[in-house]
Design a binder for this molecule. Structure first.
Ligand code: SF4
Ligand code: SF4
Length: 206
């Protein structure tokens, strides 16, 4: 798995959930399909009068979520920016050619109320619940950054094995200290709750 394959999977899903933050700090989610994917970036169409557009112009934070029929979750976190003015018309035309239904929604020149946003830098999280053990990995697009999530085991570990016995994915290896196989971890927190000496820590909080 890699970032490019994740973008291809998002393209195959087609209609994606786009989450933004509104002026009151509330989450807002919409289904968006007017998207064009390149190899390492993508852009999408909306109308300038929509709250969605206003939220992107004011804040820009965007999270996209897709779930495939193979139980794969793909989440992309990014900041969306308006595409350069000189590229707007051409990009609108590309999306309307790829998605003919849009000409019914915005016939003829009414599409000029549209605006194109682009995403070049992002973090992508891939999470596959359809394999055993489950598999997760994160990737970046452009200058995107990886966030720190999940759990790790510190040197306070006394090797009692309680975390391993309570791990639903059996993804903790014995050792000093015991080790979590991060690519198979659910982030469920069972190891954290069951460790008698608080050796399991939330990543980013230690
Ligand atoms: S439960 Fe805590 S002390 Fe016991 S093996 Fe796991 S991390 Fe180490
Ligand atoms: S968070 Fe859950 S899945 Fe991950 S290592 Fe701990 S118990 Fe296992």
């Amino acid at each position: 798995m890699d970032a490019k394959t994740c973008l291809n999977k998002l393209k195959l899903v087609g209609v994606l959930s786009f989450a933004t933050v509104d002026r009151n700090g509330n989450p807002q989610v919409r289904c968006i399909s007017a998207i064009h994917f390149d190899e390492t970036s993508f852009y999408f169409f909306t109308a300038r009068g929509k709250d969605f557009c206003q939220e992107l112009l004011a804040d820009g934070r965007l999270q996209i979520l897709a779930y495939t029929r193979f139980k794969e979750m793909i989440r992309l976190s990014a900041k969306a920016i308006p595409a350069p003015a000189a590229e707007q018309a051409e990009k609108i035309s590309t999306i309307f050619k790829e998605q003919p239904y849009l000409s019914n929604v915005y016939p003829a020149d009414t599409r000029q109320i549209g605006i194109i946003f682009e995403v070049n830098d992002a973090e992508i999280e891939y999470f596959n619940l359809g394999v055993k053990p489950i598999f997760r990995e994160s990737y970046t697009l452009g200058a995107g950054r990886l966030s720190t999530k999940g759990y790790l085991i510190s040197d306070r570990c006394i090797g009692c094995g309680k975390c391993q016995n309570n791990c639903p994915q059996r993804c903790i290896s014995a050792g000093r200290p015991y080790q979590i196989q991060q690519e198979h971890c659910l982030h469920c927190g069972s190891c954290y709750e069951n460790c008698p000496v608080k050796a399991v820590q939330k990543r980013g909080e230690q």
